[in-house]
Design a protein around this ligand. Structure first.
Ligand code: AHG
Ligand code: MN
Ligand code: MN
Length: 344
């Protein structure tokens, strides 16, 4: 029988790969793991306690906040504050950056961006939801860290990951040396290494997009969807369509089985819907580290996009490399290019 390796053991083992590391990043990842277990506990008993449903408030993006959105946000911020390795949290649920001002946090060198609960519309119906996190090193060297420390390009991330509260609960993360997945064993309360060195298959036969928006898609996306639906045994087409509505779940499936996830520009969301800082950049870091591809559909790596504001949005095409390249081909052939800022 293989001995189990817990997330804590794995993190310490990896820290030894970096002789000069002082352990701060390891402790930060540990803090995130603790918050994940607390949120997992609440998600698991969501039907039994008064935590389902709307909270009666909206976030900065005008989206209705669910009680679990708020709960998860509070838990992650509290864990990061108590841990003392993070000076600023940027969250989907907070309009402004959250400055952590305990004595130790003030001098901490890491910044964390989070989507505390991804897939909120699935909470009430017992479908997988998740948490996304992204970690940057503070760039400024004097005074307190500021918003500018948060607005770094995705290529600067030192770590990123997600937790998926699904049929089992998993934590998947990268520090830029591949992607590893850990499954929570509830009997011992530990995340245990279950998916070492995760890799996207080079291609797949599942596409994932909200087809309800079809009439509002750019012509290139419409043509790619039609390509997916055409009969061609040599390439395993027609492909299957799967769309959970929780990006983490759709992406996690694509990473294991192969596939593409697309959230393009639409008439309703001309800049795309998903947020760059705490959704697209961390997922793209993981995708690239697992051998996949993540772009805005216009041949620009998500990780290289300029970051101008905290809640900035972008279209995203990510998943198995060959599928993303094919979708981009269709995008390049169509003439309805959006606002130039997406392309540049
Ligand atoms: P969040 O719950 O954090 O607001 O994110 C939901 C996101 C993403 O997870 C999902 O893929 C997408 O929004 C679903 O949007 P549509 O309902 O427009 O397809
Ligand atoms: Mn989200
Ligand atoms: Mn969210």
């Amino acid at each position: 029988m293989n001995p189990i390796k817990t997330l804590g053991q794995f993190i310490i083992e990896k820290q030894a790969d970096h002789p000069y590391a002082k352990g701060e990043l390891s402790r930060l990842l540990r803090d995130i793991g603790i918050a994940a277990k607390i949120v997992n506990r609440e998600v698991n008993k969501a039907g039994l306690v008064d935590i389902l449903g709307q909270a009666g408030s909206t976030n900065i993006q005008g989206e209705t906040q669910q009680k679990l959105d708020i709960y998860a946000n509070e838990q992650f911020i509290a864990a990061l504050k108590n841990g003392g390795e993070c000076c600023i949290v940027a969250s989907e649920e907070n309009e402004e950056i959250v400055m952590l001002d305990t004595d130790v946090s003030l001098d901490a060198k890491y910044i964390v961006a989070i989507d505390p609960l991804d897939g909120s519309s699935n909470i009430d119906v017992n479908v997988s939801v998740g948490t996304i996190f992204s970690i940057y090193r503070r760039q400024s060297t004097e005074g307190r860290a500021t918003l500018d420390d948060v607005l770094q390009k995705g290529v600067n991330q030192v770590a990123a990951g997600y937790i998926i509260y699904g049929t089992s609960t998993m934590l998947v993360y990268t520090t830029g040396r591949g992607v590893n997945g850990f499954t929570l064993d509830p009997s011992i309360g530990e995340f245990c290494l279950s998916h070492p060195e995760m890799q996207f298959p080079k291609t797949g036969h599942v596409y994932s997009i909200n087809e309800g928006n079809y009439v509002h898609f750019p012509q290139g996306v419409k043509s790619y969807i039609k390509y997916c639906q055409v009969e061609d045994p040599a390439t395993n087409r027609p492909y299957s369509s799967r769309y959970v509505g929780s990006m983490i779940a759709d992406l996690h499936r694509s990473m294991i089985k192969g596939g593409i996830f697309i959230y393009p520009v639409t008439a309703a969301a001309p800049g795309g819907k998903l947020r760059l800082v705490y959704e697209c950049n961390p997922m793209s870091f993981i995708v690239e580290q697992a051998g996949g591809k993540a772009t805005n559909g216009y041949k620009k790596r998500i990780l290289e996009l300029d970051v101008n504001s905290l809640h900035q949005r972008t279209p995203i095409f990510m998943g198995s490399e060959e599928m993303v390249l094919k979708a981009e081909e269709f995008m390049a052939q169509s003439e309805d290019l959006p606002n130039i800022s997406l392309v540049g």
